[in-house]
Design a protein around this ligand. Structure first.
Ligand SMILES: [Fe+2]
Ligand SMILES: [Fe+2]
Length: 305
């Protein structure tokens, strides 16, 4: 048995001061969004409490599916590195980048490179290679007992007002062969992605541009579970594949207080077992309860094979 926690969209606050030399049209849109809307939603106290709540549950692993920061300032990446170190070791936490982590082009060593230890694989992935935004090999695969955690990156700089993501042909091709290989080796395959992975799950200006291609790969190769963030809402979808049902599950923003019609923070814990040659997976959701200033149990369900 293994227990794996999932959070997303931490959107660490408060936003550090922005130097004039760092401001551009894309960051200006994000800065205004933070000042006029997001800073009233993303509460650092909730971010601290969700880490405390997860650590108290002592899961075997924690998945963080992107949008750790907001407008990709150098200072935000430093803060993100501190946050990750406080949350847990790189062996215990797996991270994949979101659109806000690749908001504008940033030198690798000043940006995502500071979090690189949380995005390394321990199984060989033929065809994995760096992307334009990420100078390390994606997809990556980490083996935890008989679970394969597969990380892909969808974070790419986009023009102001857009929050799309893209996997790209190279990453898609490597993912397809990796899913096939891991299936044949009997792993429970758990895919971590920031953007919702199927067509129609996000508005066009926020969507994964190659969701149709990814859905085709998931249908052909199967995948036991896909976890994502980005929409800042709890989501549950299923996709029929040639190798069983693909469960697709998203979580709200880890720091959300629920203001302005947003969903309050929540995290999922997956308990995965192999029983009589079959995978069994149950999901427990804990949600932020403002009145108690604590996370409380919300739902519990099993994923059908
Ligand atoms: Fe987000
Ligand atoms: Fe996002």
């Amino acid at each position: 048995m293994i227990r794996i926690a999932h959070i997303s969209d931490v959107h660490l606050g408060p936003l550090p001061p922005v130097k004039a030399s760092e401001m551009n049209s894309k960051r200006l849109v994000g800065y205004n969004s933070w000042m006029f809307r997001r800073r009233g939603i993303h509460d650092p106290a909730i971010t601290a409490e969700i880490v405390r709540d997860i650590k108290a549950a002592r899961p075997d692993h924690l998945m963080v599916t992107g949008d750790l920061v907001n407008i990709a300032l150098k200072r935000e990446f430093i803060n993100g590195a501190s946050w990750l170190q406080h949350a847990g070791s790189p062996e215990w936490i797996s991270f994949v980048p979101g659109n806000h982590d690749a908001y504008v082009p940033v030198a690798w060593e000043d940006g995502l490179g500071l979090w690189g230890d949380y995005m390394t694989g321990d199984l060989a992935v033929p065809g994995a290679r760096p992307t334009d935004s990420v100078a390390m090999a994606f997809p990556y695969v980490r083996q935890r007992r008989n679970i394969a955690l597969i990380g892909v990156t969808t974070g790419i700089p986009t023009r102001p007002g857009r929050a799309t993501g893209t996997l790209g042909p190279a990453q898609l091709e490597a993912l397809a062969s990796t899913l096939s290989n891991l299936r044949q080796r009997g792993f429970f395959r758990l895919l971590m992605i920031h953007h919702p992975p199927l067509p129609g799950l996000a508005k066009q200006r926020k969507a994964l541009t190659d969701a149709a291609e990814l859905a085709g790969i998931l249908q052909d190769e199967g995948c036991d579970l896909v976890v994502h963030g980005h929409n800042h809402t709890a989501m549950r979808h299923k996709l029929a594949s040639r190798h069983g049902t693909v469960h697709v599950i998203g979580v709200p923003s880890a720091s959300s207080n629920g203001a302005r019609n947003t969903e309050p923070s929540a995290w999922n814990e997956y308990t995965i077992r192999r029983v009589s040659g079959q995978w069994q997976c149950t999901v427990n959701t804990r949600v932020w309860q403002a009145a108690q200033r604590a996370f409380v149990p919300q739902t519990s369900y099993s994923l059908e094979p």
